[in-house]
Write a protein that binds this ligand. Structure first.
Ligand SMILES: Cc1cc2nc3c(=O)[nH]c(=O)nc-3n(C[C@H](O)[C@H](O)[C@H](O)COP(=O)(O)OP(=O)(O)OC[C@H]3O[C@@H](n4cnc5c(N)ncnc54)[C@H](O)[C@@H]3O)c2cc1C
Length: 467
């Protein structure tokens, strides 16, 4: 191994961000705002492109997402960032088409009045699940700060069918996880807070359900016309960061003056010195980098399991899809396909000349699925899609398969407390922060908030040290 080359400009504040997904880029953007034009902000990304789980491709002449497809517009961070980087005019919203629940060979309407599949009134879901609220003991369901799994909560209060037929498919779309191992506090924080005040689950749900409004409903989701990768590119440009692609960060060391990382290929390593470091990578690389620095934080991160998913996309020239945005289906239906999005029904900006359907496969523990070759996965997806829709589908004019191995972090009960303890342990080391889907929430909006929070923390200490 040749001696490491050292890069750096003496006298300028330098922050190194490890990971060029949306978290790292949102952090870079916020750091530029906080530290001004002179700061050196470096983003080291191991892949040859930015964006991580956001990746837009040209498919059948349309910009189609191979990973994340929508932004949560119900919270401010994603739309706020898009506007801040000049994409305000490109934000587009879905049509009024709603997703269906595919059950017993039928596409059924999702009942109204639920929160992630948990009803505010068992009668609302009677057509789909046998739901009966169990007697309670008059005490709040959760003690302050306590946690439990979504599965344990819903099974014990409303029964197995509500969990298996409604809640699991809803959460499966986001986490691809096992509801018996998903933390209520991490995946439904608002509900967890309400459970500290209520003895009945339905009362907690009714407290936080969005009240019906008289005016036009504000859309919950949005995306960017032209693809979410535009958000990645625009954020990166607006951050004016030095982007280093193909640069894997392999080692992190604390020095008396800040941090030093070893990056790049093993035979030709590069040593980068920085005043501060933000780790915006998945849990496993973050744990590796922190092992020698702060073992407690490394242990908390290495405990985060990941689920894998595969997506098949199909473009059809002539097909009569239902007027729905797609469907979800419970694992009890015994299918490989767990959800489908009728992209061109859901997103009017994609146009309807060609119908584009994205089919997702894979739940936690179904990693073997990813071993099948592309034609086999596509064939399975297409056959099952036809079964769900009750029709023989024509041959697609174009198809593709994308695999996301180990892509979706699973927050088990106690996740928030473990991450808080990891952050506390890291707090004794100056100028280092962790952020991203592994720690603060899986959705893009949550990742942006997490990157911004890390940047705020670092900017505050770096600026204080300069005074
Ligand atoms: C199939 C799929 C669909 C999804 N759909 C949605 C959706 O519709 N809406 C939504 O809000 N969210 C969705 N998500 C979740 C969301 O996309 C991700 O949680 C989010 O984009 C993660 O961002 P991140 O920056 O934290 O991590 P990542 O995107 O994983 O970025 C981390 C980056 O770090 C790099 N890296 C790792 N190790 C190193 C290292 N040692 N050195 C340098 N670089 C390194 C990686 O290459 C990667 O680019 C989806 C996720 C998947 C997989």
């Amino acid at each position: 191994m040749t001696p490491a080359r050292v890069t750096g400009t003496p006298g300028r504040t330098r922050v190194l961000i490890v990971g060029g997904g949306i978290t790292g880029l949102a952090a870079a953007h916020r750091l530029r705002e906080r530290l001004g034009p002179d700061a050196e902000i470096i983003v080291a990304e191991q892949a040859m492109r930015l964006g991580g789980k956001i990746h837009t491709v040209d498919f059948a002449g349309r910009p189609v997402e191979t990973g994340a497809e929508s932004l949560l517009a119900a919270r401010p961070e994603a739309i706020g960032l898009a506007e801040a980087v000049g994409l305000g005019d490109a934000i587009v919203y879905p049509s009024d088409a709603k997703p269906a629940l595919s059950l017993g060979g039928e596409l059924l309407d999702f009942p109204a009045g639920h929160m992630m599949g948990i009803p505010g009134d068992p009668a609302d879901v009677a057509a789909i699940a046998n739901a009966k609220e169990r007697p309670d003991n008059g005490l709040p369901i959760l003690e302050p700060g306590a946690d439990m799994s979504v599965g344990a909560l819903v099974r014990s209060r409303l029964g197995d069918e509500v969990l298996d037929r409604l809640v699991a498919p809803m959460l499966g779309g986001v986490y691809a996880g096992d509801v018996d191992r998903l933390s209520v506090r991490a995946v439904m924080p608002q509900l967890a807070a309400a459970l500290e005040r209520h003895a009945r689950l339905t009362d907690a749900v009714n407290e936080i359900k969005r009240p019906p409004s008289d005016g036009p409903r504000k859309p919950v989701f949005a995306t960017v016309d032209g693809g979410l990768e535009r958000l990645v590119t625009a954020t990166s440009a607006s951050a004016r960061a030095e982007i280093r692609l193909g640069m894997t960060v392999r080692e992190l060391r604390q020095t008396p003056y800040g941090w030093e990382v070893i990056a790049g290929p093993v035979p030709d390593p590069i040593k980068i010195k920085a005043d501060a470091v933000i780790l915006a990578v998945p849990a496993s690389p973050a744990a590796v980098l922190l092992r020698a620095v702060e073992p407690q934080a490394a242990a908390a991160l290495s405990g985060v399991a990941y689920a894998s998913v595969a997506l098949a996309a199909f473009a059809f020239d002539r097909v009569d899809l239902p007027e729905r945005s797609g469907f979800l289906t419970p694992a009890s239906e015994g299918k490989t396909v767990k959800a489908a999005t009728f992209a061109s029904k859901k997103w009017p900006h994609l146009g309807r000349r060609r119908q584009i359907v994205r089919v997702s496969m894979g739940r936690l523990g179904e990693e073997a699925l990813l071993q099948y070759d592309d034609p086999t996965l596509a064939k399975t997806a297409l056959r099952e899609l036809g079964e769900h829709l009750g029709m023989r589908l024509p041959d697609p004019v174009e198809q593709r398969v994308d695999r996301w191995g180990g892509a979706l972090p699973q927050y088990t009960p106690g996740h928030d407390a473990r991450i808080a303890a990891a952050r506390e342990a890291l707090g004794v080391h100056r100028n280092i922060a962790i952020a991203g889907a592994a720690v603060d929430g899986v959705g893009i909006a949550a990742c942006i908030a997490s990157g911004q929070r890390a940047a705020d923390t670092i900017a505050a200490t770096v600026v204080a040290a300069d005074r």
